[in-house]
Structure formats: structure tokens, C-alpha cells
Design a protein around this ligand. Sequence first.
Ligand code: ZN
Length: 190
Amino acid sequence: MVDKEKIAKAVEMILEAIGEDLNREGLRETPQRVANMYSEVFAGLKQDPRAPLRTCFTADEHDEIVLVKDISFYSMCEHHLLPFYGKAHIAYIPGEGRIVGLSKLVRVIEIVARRPQLQERLTSTVADIITSELKPKGVVVVVEAEHLCMSIRGVNKPGAITVTSAVRGVFRRNPSSRQEVFSLIKGNRL
Ligand code: ZN
């Protein structure tokens, strides 16, 4: 379990350090509230992101691309503990006919995102987990996100989107199928 008491103490110290009055009405419950929030946004540390993929089913001879796009996610950048958020897109070609319910892929993203995280690692971790659990012929994971640490501080560039991708298996070897996935991801919305 997350040590909420310790988080609350740390938040008190931060508030003190910036010169705030801990007894001010609006701040009285803040340490506890932040502790509760952190236990929620970092809940993925205690969860196994591979678990959702263990209930896959087999569909004979399906070796076409399966793409789930525009999966919204929220994560916390491990350098600044500020949110980064956006959309993830997952494409794979089943191997040995192993298919997984689409909500399971969403669940994998959610668990990996709910940790102190880097967008690059979020992207490659999800691709690696799908590769080892589903043994697909190929996987592409693309993540597009805005980082509040770039928007509200540092370079101060609100709206800038960082795009990362991880490409595995057949998509790595075959430029035309990789191209197909990227144009499906960019393609017109319904
Ligand atoms: Zn950051």
C-alpha cells in the first residue's frame, strides 16, 4: 500500500517551504487530499499490466491488422511529477490467432500510465508487453501527449504535442505495412 501519511507530511513540508500558512482554511485538508490523489494516480505501481492480456481468445487465421486508436490516458512525468496526457494508438497483427478484447488493451495502457513515467518508456513498455503476452506478428504503439512540464514551466510551450512510437516484429521489417498502420492512425475520423 501507498504510505499516505508520509505523502501528507511531505506535502505539509512543501507548503511550509513555499511560505504558505498550513492553517489557512483552503489548505487544511490539502495534504490528505494530495495523498489520496497520489495513491490513485500511482495505483499502477501495484498492478500487473500483463494480467489483462492473459484472457485472450483464438480466432482462426485472422492475420489482418487490428487497430485501437484514440485511447485517452493520463500519466505523471517522473521528472517533475506533473501530468502528461493525450492519446495512445495500438495496432497489432495477431500471431497464432491470439486476439484480445479491445478493453484489455485499454487496461494495459491505464496500468502502465499510472506510474511515475516517461512517454518513451510508456510507449515501449506497452509494445513489449503485447509482444511477449500475445506473440503477435507485429505491434505498433503510437503515443501523442501534451506535457504540463513543457506547458506551464521551462520552455512554456502550451499545446506542443510529443509523439513517440514503438515498432516491433513484421512492422519493423516491412515498411509498407508500417506505412499502412501510420496512415490508419492518421486517417479520417468516423
Ligand atoms: Zn517533466
